[in-house]
Ligand binder design. Structure first.
Ligand SMILES: [Zn+2]
Length: 269
């Protein structure tokens, strides 16, 4: 038995049962219920008091961190039956509830990882049957939980079909990271990165949420620079910036003059 070569870091959790007592025949995909990078996500499961873990932690930044060796049974799905058979994956979200979105980039990384798990463990086809008999498993079938959330949950048939395409030899891989839009405080402040997105609209949503900026592959700001007060006022009216104190805080954090924007809003409504 082996671990995936897609792993970019190893932050092992002590929370597991040792060797699994079943052959790997399943993959349980969870969502982290949070926007969190791969290393921090793995770190959540390091304290023994947490009494939980996952074989792989795929962060909102697309970074894959090994948490429990594949050979061992992780404590992820609230089911000995499932976790003994399944390689388990926690996936970081790009937004919080109620939608709990996952970025296209992270979804693609997840498909890469699931493909690799199937390939090394002789699983084909990768099935989603909507039940415990299929390969792809949902936490909510074993426990009263909202995991993996409405968005990721709706993608299970797509994930299965993409994995099978790749297993059949379609060499589609994740877009090179250089083509991504990165959401950071500044280009040089790599640690401030909250996400990397193929889709500019998703990157903008993330930037708005955290009061950050979107940079292209060359480090050029593509958002929110160049927005006029008028554009911002119309965004406020359409609800993009929330209300009251939240609106004030988010506009200010994004580097805008809240009073000026609000004045234009009052003129327009
Ligand atoms: Zn879960």
């Amino acid at each position: 038995m082996s671990n995936s070569l897609l792993v970019q870091a190893t932050i092992l959790s002590p929370n597991h049962s040792g060797r699994r007592n079943q052959k790997i025949t399943k993959i349980a995909i969870h969502h982290a219920a949070g926007v969190i990078n791969g290393r921090n996500l793995a770190g959540v499961f390091v304290p023994r008091s947490r009494r939980a873990s996952a074989n792989y932690n795929l962060g909102s930044d697309g970074v894959i961190v090994l948490g429990v060796d594949e050979a061992n049974r992780a404590w992820t799905t609230s089911s000995s039956w499932c976790d003994n058979r399944a390689v388990t994956i926690e996936v970081g979200n790009s937004t919080r509830g109620p939608q709990w979105l996952v970025s296209d980039y992270v979804l693609n990384r997840l498909i890469d990882l699931a493909t690799d798990i199937c390939r090394r463990n002789g699983i084909y086809p990768c099935t989603y049957t909507g039940g415990k008999d299929g390969v792809l498993q949902k936490h909510e079938w074993y426990k009263n939980t909202n995991c993996p959330g409405p968005y990721l949950g709706s993608k299970f048939p797509y994930i299965a079909s993409e994995v099978n395409k790749r297993l059949r030899g379609d060499k589609t891989v994740s877009k090179p990271t250089s083509a991504l839009y990165r959401v950071r405080k500044s280009w040089s402040d790599i640690k401030s990165q909250k996400g990397a997105f193929k889709n500019l609209e998703n990157a903008k949503r993330c930037a708005d949420r955290f009061g950050l900026k979107v940079f292209d592959a060359n480090g050029k700001i593509v958002y929110p620079v160049g927005k006029t007060i008028d554009q911002l006022a119309r965004e406020v009216i359409s609800g993009k910036w929330g209300n009251g104190e939240e609106r004030k805080r988010r506009l200010t954090q994004a580097g805008y003059d809240y009073k000026e924007v609000q004045r234009r809003v009052n003129q327009l409504v």
